[in-house]
Ligand binder design. Sequence first.
Ligand code: OOG
Ligand code: MG
Length: 262
Amino acid sequence: MKLDQNTIAQLAEYLESAELQNKAVTKITDRYPDMDWDDAYAIQSAIRKRKEARGTKIVGLKMGLTSHAKMKQMGVANPVYGFLTDYGSCADGAEIKTSEMIHPKIEAEIAFVLKQPLQGPGCHIGAVLAATDFVVPAVEVIDSRYENFRFDLKSVIADNTSAARFVTGGCMREVAGLDLKNLGVVMEKNGEIVATAAGAAVLGHPAASVAMLANMLAERGESIPAGAFIMTGGVTEAVAVAAGDSVTVRVQGLGSVSMKFI
Ligand code: OOG
Ligand code: MG
């Protein structure tokens, strides 16, 4: 750790206030270029504790920057993880208020729900598939708190990986009999196809993203609990949305998830 506890607390407040007031801020590595990975996850964890102290429930975990398309779009080379909040959860078909966000973008994702806990290190695709209760399609609405959506990995980890809202729905399916690598994903905005991909876009297999999450958490002495809802990361690059836009994401054999931005 390069930052002291006081600075970590200040940066958590700085980023959480930016989220709650929908105000873009400059990225924190501009001011603290020497901060390290532990500092970045410590700031994220301090934001989580601020929310929990206010009664917010943490309802899931997310991996981000797991596909080549996303890494290329954001100019970074490694996946990251964050948490999902109760107030971020939106029903299938929901109207999502853009006035509560800075510059929202949508991502098509495959989500896992576990029936057994997963503990790294050494977690692999086989362990993930054995521990999975079902998979469902999901859309993440990300909203970086940084100006122009420009950041580096440490800044985005501290900012809870741009997490803002998420929508899940469609059909739940057991993984047995599903070809998760070849699962086709089609993203439509206002009736037009804006992006397409297959499950393999995420680290070669979406279950690899869950395994990586367990292994990354193990480095901080944490694990994934049974029952956890996990978003595995956008399969295509993220697409900007504005009030008036309607979005539908279709996932092969898993139905679709829709929302309207108002
Ligand atoms: C970081 C979050 C990326 C994903 O699914 O790749 C993410 C960002 O691009 O702002 O959630
Ligand atoms: Mg995402």
